[in-house]
Design a binder for this molecule. Structure first.
Ligand code: MG
Length: 449
């Protein structure tokens, strides 16, 4: 009787129950389900993993749903532009697991992730596990991470570039008018390729972003004249957006270490907030070389999987700011660990992001719970239907440059099936994936003997 009384009290608190004579077994079960505490977390098991892939959001975004034996499900998302297969190969490895054991499952599957898009599957699953754990225990994800440092998440927005600095500056100024308090521009060396004496490059070398050749291997070098012309481009933008708003820059093109230094020194007078991915993040020593010769913050991180590489860069003071993409870096908890670890070395954490509202909310919970968070990217403020892909949160999701941290259980969003179905990359909306059920039975996953 004592036990029953304590249970009554618990339920009264959770669901506002005032009656005292309704405790038939079925009623109790129904109440438990209604409050979702009911999901009896200790008996929760994963039964399925399915995918629906969005197109032009503005990127390709594979959204995953992990189902359970108790009717609750978790949402996650593979990194923008990555294959859904990265998540599907994990299905057989997580079936039957209790999704509330987030860290245990993460450690089991993390061997199947890697840098850049290849980390996308592990991260998608990890997000969905947090969503499930939150729903099972009826708490928002940020609370399970230790609580909030902030109620609203500062965003910066990707902005379509222009070869005309006045037009580009105007677009960035509009972002500021929309409420954004941090701006970022692209500033590729291809802007000056046709100016005699500005840029040297081997015939046929790719000058724009997307080159697969490492920066220092291309032979592309900018002259002092070229660097000054690029600085003039930034000066026009700076004048338009004003001097007190942080203005970051990215996508310089694949230029060598000395060209990076030359360019950074020319840009310094316009006080950029950071220069992003000037060379590959793997090159710690060369990043240090650049950093030691320039007077503006250097940043990298959007393609790094797992905390160890972030810690190495922070410990070596190879960059000033680190910039994980949570859908590559290892998911929500790993990214909080990254933030906390690099803070020990005095390094702040900005966050790269280019996905749907599902992954966005994973970022928002992590950003809320990580003290050294600086600003979160968003690529979708010009996609009119982006916020409508989900329900349950304030709309528009990015409002006057900020996202409000949701208080609902888990990530805090449900999918709007109708809008989702209007923007699919391929036919099929969370169709069965039974072909992936036994993948692990044919393969030996062990990493050592
Ligand atoms: Mg970038």
């Amino acid at each position: 009787m004592k036990r029953l009384n304590s249970r009554r009290g618990f339920l009264r608190g959770a669901a506002g129950v005032t009656g005292a004579t309704i405790w038939g077994g079925n009623t109790l079960d129904a109440m438990m389900q209604h409050t979702n505490t009911a999901s009896k977390p200790s008996e929760l098991k994963i039964t399925d993993l399915r995918v629906a892939t969005l197109a032009r959001a503005p990127m390709t975004c594979p959204v995953i749903r992990i189902d359970t034996n108790q009717g609750i499900y978790g949402l996650g998302e593979v990194r923008d532009g990555a294959s859904k297969t990265y998540a599907l190969i994990l299905k057989s490895r997580i079936l039957g697991e209790n999704p509330c054991n987030v860290d245990k499952i993460f450690r089991k599957i993390k061997q199947f992730g890697f840098d850049a898009r290849q980390g996308g599957g592990v991260c998608a699953v990890e997000m969905a596990l947090w969503d499930l754990a939150g729903k099972a225990y009826n708490v928002p994800v940020y609370q399970m991470l230790g609580g909030k440092f902030r109620d609203k998440i500062r965003c910066y927005a990707d902005t379509t570039e222009s070869d005309d600095p006045k037009i580009y500056g105007e677009r960035l100024k509009k972002r500021k008018e929309q409420g954004f308090t941090w701006l970022k521009m692209d500033l590729g060396v291809d802007l000056v390729k046709d100016v005699p004496g500005a840029l040297t490059y081997p015939d046929g070398e790719q000058l724009t972003m997307g080159s697969r050749k490492e920066h220092m291997l291309t032979g592309i070098e900018i002259t002092h004249k070229g660097a000054e012309l690029m600085a003039e481009f930034m000066s026009v933008v700076r004048e338009q957006v004003g001097w007190n708003v942080p203005l970051s820059a990215d996508h310089f093109g694949h230029i060598g270490v000395h060209s990076c230094i030359r360019l950074a020194n020319a840009l310094e007078k316009y006080n950029p907030a950071w220069l992003e991915d000037m060379i590959p993040w793997q090159r710690t020593e060369q990043l240090k070389e650049i950093k030691s010769h320039i007077g503006v913050p250097l940043l990298t991180g959007e393609d790094i999987y797992l905390k160890e590489h972030f810690i190495e860069l922070a410990k070596n003071h190879a960059v000033d700011i680190l910039h994980p993409d949570l859908a590559t870096s290892g998911g929500i908890l790993e990214t909080k660990k990254i933030g906390d670890a690099i803070q020990e070395y005095g390094v702040p954490m900005a966050m790269h992001f280019a996905g749907s509202p599902v992954s966005c909310m994973a970022n928002v919970h992590c950003a809320a719970a990580t003290e050294n968070f600086l600003v979160l990217e968003n690529h979708s403020v010009d996609v009119p239907w982006w916020s409508d892909l989900v329900d349950g949160v304030e709309k528009p999701i990015v409002n006057k440059g900020y996202i409000t941290v949701p208080d609902k259980p888990g990530l805090g969003v449900t999918l709007n099936d109708e809008v989702m179905k209007q923007h699919l990359l391929e036919p099929g909306y969370f169709e069965p994936t039974t072909q992936w059920d036994k993948e692990n039975q044919r393969i030996n996953d062990r990493l050592f003997s």
